[in-house]
Write a protein that binds this ligand. Structure first.
Ligand SMILES: *Cc1c(COP(=O)(O)O)cnc(C)c1O
Length: 362
């Protein structure tokens, strides 16, 4: 018995994408940290990454790392989110490395690591323009000096993250800047850093076009791995599958309904302004009808704008529990399922929704 709605996950294609990216990065001198947050560290999926030869897994949620460890997944784990104080005992226990930007937090990690008799690795993040996590570069040397004094702490390296908040593109300028900073730290403090982590899937275009990777030797890749696209222009990456995940949802109502609403108009269920009616009034289509379906996923389950139907139909919108679809020339039956590709946001929501089944194709 198949339960709808469901995300169908092709494990063979995941293995293929992992191997292909691992080889591509390897041939250019980069190690690959596979980022599993979009699949919530799903052990069925992450096991395929490890089978493909990936040694390092990064996840933004310590809960996901605990889940993977408990499932017996044998890899190095990095928490790629700055830890909160309450997480520190678990971070030390379950993660090998965490990404950090606050001295007070690193001191607390040091204390906890001593208590647990462990050494914890720190990937120090530097702010290079995207204005999300990271210390300002003028503070770097002072910061490093203090970290090096802490017990049970191993400064593994430095990294940066671009694109995610303000859309800053990784390029020669910011990448060579990160590299110079690494060089400077190694010089001034007489240490060598294992990990110079240049960024995420948005670094793909830079990686394949740059003549010089400088000292950068690692990328943290999630979206490109699972969705097969780079994230500057969202172009498919050669030889990668872009259809690993598909959403199937069931049609629970089919009716011919007027295109335009009837009555006085306020905001929608999310308090957002409704813009559709005027368009149709202007076209003089007040009485026009179309075949409309309700589908059993909603904004509690997916990012509606991130769904791309495989049939030539039109998504009109979503409420908490329904997707509202214009069926155009298609005539499915009640109970039929509709199939959608998902972008990163839609996949993130769908994997997180407890109302969506996950079905694996081996
Ligand atoms: C999510 C994340 C990544 C991976 O990003 P993708 O765009 O999925 O490749 C890398 N680094 C950090 C810090 C992240 O939060």
């Amino acid at each position: 018995m198949i339960f709808l709605p469901r995300v169908q996950i092709d494990l063979k294609k995941i293995r293929h994408n992992a191997k292909t990216l691992l080889n591509l990065l390897g041939s250019r001198g980069f190690s690959l940290m596979a980022v599993s947050k979009v699949v919530l560290g799903d052990p069925r999926i992450v096991r395929e990454l490890v089978k493909a030869g990936i040694l390092c897994i990064g996840d933004s949620r310590i809960e996901n790392i605990i889940k993977m460890k408990n499932a017996g997944i044998n890899a190095f784990f990095t928490l790629i989110r700055v830890p909160s104080f309450i997480e520190i005992p678990d971070v030390v226990r379950y993660a090998d490395i965490s990404l950090n930007t606050e001295l007070e937090t690193i001191k607390a990690i040091s204390k906890e690591a001593r208590k647990q008799g462990k050494t914890h690795g720190i990937l120090l993040m530097v702010e290079l323009g995207d204005r999300r996590e990271g210390i300002m570069k003028q503070d770097l040397n002072e910061f490093v000096e203090q970290i090096l004094e802490l017990e049970n702490i191993n400064l593994k390296g430095i990294g940066t993250n671009l694109k995610c908040f303000r859309g800053v593109v990784p390029d020669e300028d910011n990448m060579s800047e990160l590299s110079s900073l690494a060089h400077e730290i190694q010089d001034i403090h007489g240490i060598s850093l294992d990990l110079i982590s240049g960024g995420n899937s948005a670094n793909y275009n830079w990686m394949v076009s740059t003549k010089n990777r400088y000292l950068i030797n690692n990328l943290r890749i999630g979206e490109a791995l699972f969705l097969g696209k780079e994230t500057i222009n969202y172009e498919p990456i050669p030889e990668l599958y872009t259809d690993i995940f598909k959403l199937f949802a069931e049609i629970v109502e089919i009716k011919k309904k007027p295109v335009s609403p009837r009555g006085k108009i306020t905001s929608n269920g999310f308090g957002e302004p409704v813009k559709a009616p005027n368009r149709f009034y202007n076209l003089g289509e007040v009485n026009k009808k179309r075949l409309q379906a309700l589908v059993n996923v909603g904004r509690q389950d997916v990012l509606v704008d991130g769904l791309d139907p495989i049939l030539n139909i039109e998504i009109l919108g979503g409420s908490s529990d329904y997707l509202i679809v214009n069926l155009k020339n298609h005539h499915p039956k009640l109970g039929d399922s509709l199939e959608f590709h998902l972008n990163y946001g839609a996949l993130l929501y769908a994997m997180t929704s407890p109302f969506i089944d996950k079905v694996y194709i081996p």
